[in-house]
Write a protein that binds this ligand. Structure first.
Ligand SMILES: Nc1nc2c([nH]c(=O)n2[C@H]2C[C@H](O)[C@@H](COP(=O)(O)OP(=O)(O)OP(=O)(O)O)O2)c(=O)[nH]1
Length: 321
């Protein structure tokens, strides 16, 4: 593995979507790194080029299309360490272009429906990009439910009305018998709204109620395999490289990494800062939510550091009525 001092290549890549929402992938040709893998079209930035101008150049050279750099909007920038190099995979959505894409370098092209993207063998650095395209950008976490469960459920409904589609129910002070009916009620509301619900920590209850589970970091060493089948989401809370490696080896779907900033809920924890977050991001393919003193409008900054989005409690939870 290259050390942190190793040079980082700035790679720009494009998400081009057709009228039906399909995404253009190109296949890496023989004789290059990662030959045969499908990828987002693009390439290495040249000295002095702005990312959008470099991407327009690459798309013209590789696909014969004309793109105005003003039509490139940032999606996510993923710092990633391969065995022999470090890259920043800087991905942009392209709002419009002129010409029909053709493989001018003998590369195969495929228009992939978004729900099938994960079936194409792609470089490891692309996993968080696909997550940013397909998965919710925010992951609200509930505070403790307290005694008034009806008021709690009403606030969950407001989270759903606000458009959040992936929620963690975090009720560590309720015993399982008290949690079961509340979790079942919240799960029913989430299902109606087409939202995912992950239960903090309680694998057995998640299994019983067919929910997802969000694993605490201290649960990771005791698990030998992913505790729920594919299709039932599994996530993990992580704070360092070891925990991320454990979560990835278990096959979790995504992780929450923090704290990025100081936070009232974890006053003793040393904040990672965005640079610390990005350094940990380099060593894992897991889609990550950044956590710790963040708000929904921090999503653009989170994506500049390789997170697909932000998670949090207080900035998401609606006020009492
Ligand atoms: N274009 C593109 N490159 C990607 C993606 N994901 C990913 O890890 N990469 C990596 C592969 C390469 O190491 C680097 C892109 O560089 P490049 O396309 O100029 O190709 P290369 O390193 O093989 O260099 P060369 O042989 O063309 O000179 O970024 C992706 O989705 N699109």
């Amino acid at each position: 593995m290259p050390g942190p001092e190793g040079r980082r290549l700035h790679v720009v890549a494009a998400v081009l979507e057709d009228a039906g929402g399909r995404v253009l992938l190109t296949r890496r040709t023989e004789g290059r790194d990662l030959a045969g893998a499908w990828e987002f079209p693009g390439g290495k930035l040249e000295n002095g080029e702005s990312p959008a101008a470099g991407l327009a150049r690459e798309l013209h050279e590789e696909l014969g299309i004309a793109v105005d750099p003003a039509d490139c909007s940032p999606l996510i920038a993923v710092p990633f360490a391969y065995a022999d190099k470090r890259i920043l995979l800087d991905v942009f959505r392209i709002a419009r272009w002129e010409g029909a894409p053709r493989g001018l370098e003998s590369q195969a092209l495929a228009w992939a429906p978004p729900e099938r993207l994960h079936r194409y063998p792609m470089p490891p650095a692309d996993r968080p990009v696909i997550a940013a395209l397909r998965q919710p950008g925010c992951y609200p976490i509930t505070p403790e439910p307290g005694d008034d469960h009806a008021a709690f459920v009403e606030r969950i409904e407001r989270l759903l009305t606000a458009g959040w589609r992936r929620i963690q129910l975090r009720a560590r002070r309720l015993d399982r018998d008290a949690l079961r009916p509340l979790a079942a009620q919240v799960a029913a509301r989430c299902r109606e709204a087409g939202a995912e619900l992950l239960l903090n920590g309680d694998i057995a209850l998640a299994r019983e109620l067919a929910l997802g589970v969000h694993l605490r970091a201290d649960q990771l060493p005791g698990l030998k395999r992913r505790p729920l089948p594919e299709g039932q989401p599994v996530a993990a809370s992580c704070h360092d490289a070891d925990e991320l490696a454990r979560a990835e080896a278990l096959g979790v779907d995504f992780a929450v990494l923090g704290p990025v900033r100081p936070t009232a809920s974890h006053p003793g924890a040393a904040p990672l800062g965005w640079d610390g977050f990005a350094a940990l991001r380099e060593r894992t393919t897991l889609p990550l939510y950044a956590l710790g003193g963040l708000r929904p409008d921090d999503i653009a900054e989170a994506r500049r550091h390789g997170a697909q989005g932000v998670a949090g409690i207080s900035a998401f939870w609606p006020p009492a009525r």
